[in-house]
Design a protein around this ligand. Structure first.
Ligand SMILES: Nc1ncnc2c1ncn2[C@@H]1O[C@H](COP(=O)(O)OP(=O)(O)O)[C@@H](O)[C@H]1O
Ligand SMILES: C=C(OP(=O)(O)O)C(=O)O
Length: 348
């Protein structure tokens, strides 16, 4: 594997940008006024809508509840849209699929019973033995036979696969457009929906951010703050150019963790943080910060340490994803996130 062109630095942050920002993610567990009020009272400063799971117009009720909660609590919060962009995901399944180790499963471009729907570009790129990582690497498949419109895979690591989960093809880089048709449609709705910030997935170069700025300007959305997600090796290789162009950088550990051997992720996170600090670029750390709180009301010791370490490394924002979107304890998770990140330094 080519060495990453990043030198780690363990210098303490020059300054802690204040105040810290905290985000939750909309989803089935986080869509009513009461929940939003609890999150805002806990210190949340903004919500992110992941457009890979639904368009802005389909979330009108959620957005109205979020606005009502801000009025009720007397605060103003950010509304961030996370574009679909060139991210690879599986399509919609009629029902979740149970995949067992050693079993076989078919990938197809068109919906078919018991097949996983994937973009046609994925089928074209697959060759026998190519690994596929699904749902941030929870599930692993290996291509066995590849024919034009269908690929048969062996299940290496099984699990329960739900609709629209992430898909990574280690070692393969597909040339996909910066924005999808649905992204362009959502941008036309952004102003009326009160969007204040936009997250761009799989940023590959400073040029991607310049292009996004042009598109935002054409849509009269130039005031939106841009958050560039670093999610793969190409993004890491072009980090300086991306930092120069973006307003914020996002260390998006879900997809980034599938693009590298997972044990290298902590060192890469530290190195990206150091580069952001050196160039005075505010950055956000995201994904699985309090993942066990999807199922439990109290986080693990390792999770609270991860949150605090991210702040010590200079993160100016932290975001919860599945913990608020689809977890059982969204309010408790936000409370732990804010309290841990803002806990006083201890001198012994
Ligand atoms: N807008 C939405 N509509 C329905 N479900 C959603 C939405 N956003 C998120 N979710 C659910 O919450 C989970 C976690 O959210 P997120 O981390 O944004 O997605 P993912 O892990 O798929 O990138 C998603 O996998 C999905 O099940
Ligand atoms: C937040 C992330 O992006 P997504 O939820 O789109 O996978 C991530 O990859 O860490």
């Amino acid at each position: 594997m080519k060495p990453l062109n990043l030198s780690p630095s363990f210098e303490p942050p020059a300054r802690r940008p204040a105040p810290l920002r905290f985000y939750g993610t909309f989803g089935p567990s986080c869509r009513d006024e009461k929940t939003f009020c609890t999150l805002l009272e806990a210190g949340m400063t903004g919500m992110r809508l992941n457009l890979s799971h639904g368009d802005l117009d389909r979330c009108a009720d959620w957005l109205a509840a979020f606005r009502a909660a801000q009025t009720c609590c007397g605060v103003t919060a950010d509304l961030m849209i996370d574009l679909h962009g060139p991210e690879l995901r599986i399509g919609t399944l009629p029902k979740p699929l149970a995949l067992s180790r050693g079993g076989r499963v078919r990938l197809a471009a068109a919906p078919a019973p018991d097949a996983i729907p994937v973009p046609a570009a994925v089928l074209d790129a697959l060759t026998p033995d190519q690994p596929l990582l699904l749902d941030d690497g929870q599930i692993e498949l290996r291509a066995v036979t590849c024919i034009a419109d269908s690929v048969c895979c062996r299940v290496i690591r099984g699990g329960r696969l739900e609709s629209r989960k992430s898909l990574a093809l280690p070692g393969i880089s597909l040339d996909l457009p910066l924005l999808t048709e649905s992204d362009r449609h959502n941008l036309t709705l952004a102003r009326t929906c009160g969007v204040t910030q936009v997250m761009m997935p799989f940023v590959q170069s400073g040029g991607d951010i310049r292009k996004l700025r042009e598109i935002l300007a054409e849509s009269r959305l130039e005031e939106l703050t841009i958050f560039a997600k670093i999610e793969n090796r190409v993004g890491l290789d072009h980090l300086d150019g991306i930092i120069r162009e973006t307003d914020w950088l996002v260390i998006a550990r879900g997809d980034l963790g599938s693009a590298l051997p997972l044990w290298r992720l902590p060192a890469v996170q530290k190195a990206v943080a150091a580069r952001c600090r050196a160039q005075n670029c505010p950055f956000m750390v995201v994904t699985q910060m309090l993942d066990s709180m999807r199922r439990h009301p109290v986080p693990t010791r390792a999770e609270v340490c991860d949150v605090y370490n991210a702040v010590c490394d200079g993160a100016a924002a932290l975001m919860l994803t599945g913990e608020t979107a689809a977890g059982n304890y969204p309010a408790e998770a936000m409370r732990y996130l804010v309290r841990t990140a803002t806990a006083e330094v201890v001198t012994l």
